[in-house]
Design a binder for this molecule. Structure first.
Ligand SMILES: CC(C)(COP(=O)(O)OP(=O)(O)OC[C@H]1O[C@@H](n2cnc3c(N)ncnc32)[C@H](O)[C@@H]1OP(=O)(O)O)[C@@H](O)C(=O)NCCC(=O)NCCS
Length: 392
């Protein structure tokens, strides 16, 4: 026995469904002992006492735990939903929240958990399993790509912008912003976004009607010269689901925080924005369905982001400290500007290489083999992804 999570080699690993009454307390301890990140930044998730908060909003979900004796040593979550992929309606299974406590790593428990989840996916008629991780998470990529046959298929960027709490950002006077009704937004997404994106959720109405969905806004020019340009985005209030906290931050962020805070209080006329404290648990808004059309859509996307900043700044209790958008690394939306360039974000807080991996669950029936599957992924590489806010 070594410490709290000591190995008991003589005991077998049992994988079973999570039981809220029995497992909740041990789950929280396990989450705390499993940090994710690289040498500089460790991101902790505070599930606000609900271990399955990240999957609750999908139509079908499960959580499995690995147990040795009476101790939980690992867990995994999965959710299933219908999406458009490769111009077809398919069921995809999202793998998330995989954790194995440090003393039990490299004993095959992570692989067992993923394989059990894949069996559950197959029993729920899932066509493809997919997962996302950071490009420098060697253990995760070693496991999924190296051992379990997943293929890296996209590298979107996660753009993070601190909410400016003090000043309302002023929007350009020639741009108007209007909130869309849920039906209007769903129909707009179906006609304008679904045909050009992958992973567009068939149940978009459910997402837009969810309590966490704050609404959908369209921005357009109010003069007749630029009527061809418009931009749309929807906002999901992740603050109500879970909180994040940075354990160790890049040195540059620590220095900048100090400089801005000292200068801001000594020389208020400089108007410097105080940087948010990301070391205590913070909430965020996730901006999804970000889409622009026309030559000036970049400015409209920027105006929408500023509009959401102002909403977040007046959020109850200042719970929302950052805005998060996930976009393809490539250009999107038909305008001159790529979303990467027009969505305001801080490079030092953002991650420019999130790594999405996929594996077909029904290889024999629909594809002649993995070669054909990889060819298909290659052809679709430039299509933007619709990032479902329920996957965040
Ligand atoms: C990722 C994680 C779940 C792996 O669990 P695990 O039980 O150690 O994985 P396994 O023992 O089944 O490993 C199977 C294979 O994956 C690869 N792998 C696992 N850990 C690895 C590491 N640290 N570096 C490189 N490859 C690794 C190896 O190929 C390994 O086979 P081997 O041990 O025969 O060489 C675990 O490291 C963990 O909890 N990490 C922190 C949380 C996290 O990053 N989760 C993934 C989020 S997507």
């Amino acid at each position: 026995m070594v410490g709290q999570w000591g190995k008991e080699d003589d005991k077998k690993v049992v994988v079973r469904c999570y039981n809220d009454l029995r497992d909740r307390i041990q789950m929280e301890c396990m989450e705390k002992s499993c940090e994710i990140g690289n040498d500089q930044t460790f991101l902790f998730t505070d599930t606000l006492g609900d271990p399955i908060c990240r999957i609750r909003n999908t139509p079908l979900f499960t959580m499995l735990v690995a147990e040795v004796g009476t101790k939980l040593v690992g867990c995994i979550q999965g959710s299933v939903k219908p999406v458009k992929f490769h111009d077809k309606s398919v069921n995809v299974g999202y793998v998330l929240g995989l954790r194995v406590v440090p003393p039990y790593r490299r004993c095959g428990i992570g692989s067992i958990l993923v394989r059990k989840l894949e069996e559950w996916f197959v029993s729920r008629n899932v066509d493809y399993a997919y997962m996302a991780t950071e490009k420098d998470n060697e253990a995760s990529l070693g496991l999924f790509v190296g051992t379990l046959g997943y293929t890296v298929f996209r590298n979107p960027a996660i753009l993070v912008n601190p909410v400016n709490p003090s000043q309302g950002l002023k929007l350009p006077s020639d741009i108007d912003i209007r909130k869309l009704e849920v039906e209007e937004a769903a129909s707009w997404y179906r006609t304008h976004v679904a045909p050009t994106t992958d992973f567009f959720p068939d149940d978009i109405d459910e997402i837009l009607q969810n309590n966490l969905s704050m609404g959908t806004w369209v921005a357009y020019y109010n003069n007749n010269d630029n009527v061809r340009s418009l931009a749309v985005l929807s906002v999901w209030n992740s603050s109500k689901v879970f909180k994040l906290r940075i354990g160790k931050a890049p040195l540059s962020y620590l220095l900048l925080t100090k400089v801005c805070n000292v200068l801001g209080s000594c020389l208020p006329f400089l108007g410097l924005t105080a940087l948010p404290d990301l070391f205590t648990p913070f909430g965020f808004y996730f901006l999804y369905g970000v889409h622009g059309e026309g030559p000036l859509c970049g400015n409209l996307v920027r105006a929408l982001c500023d509009h959401v900043n102002n909403m977040a700044a007046s959020d109850e209790g200042g719970a929302c400290k950052v805005l998060v958008v996930e976009v393809n690394g490539e250009s999107n939306g038909g305008g001159d500007d790529s979303l990467m360039r027009c969505v305001p974000h801080w490079k030092m807080l953002s991650c420019d290489d999130d790594t999405w991996c996929i594996k077909p669950m029904k290889c024999e029936g629909k594809m002649t083999g993995l070669g054909e599957f990889n060819d298909m992924l290659w052809k679709l590489k430039s299509r933007p992804l619709f990032v479902d806010p329920r996957d965040v």
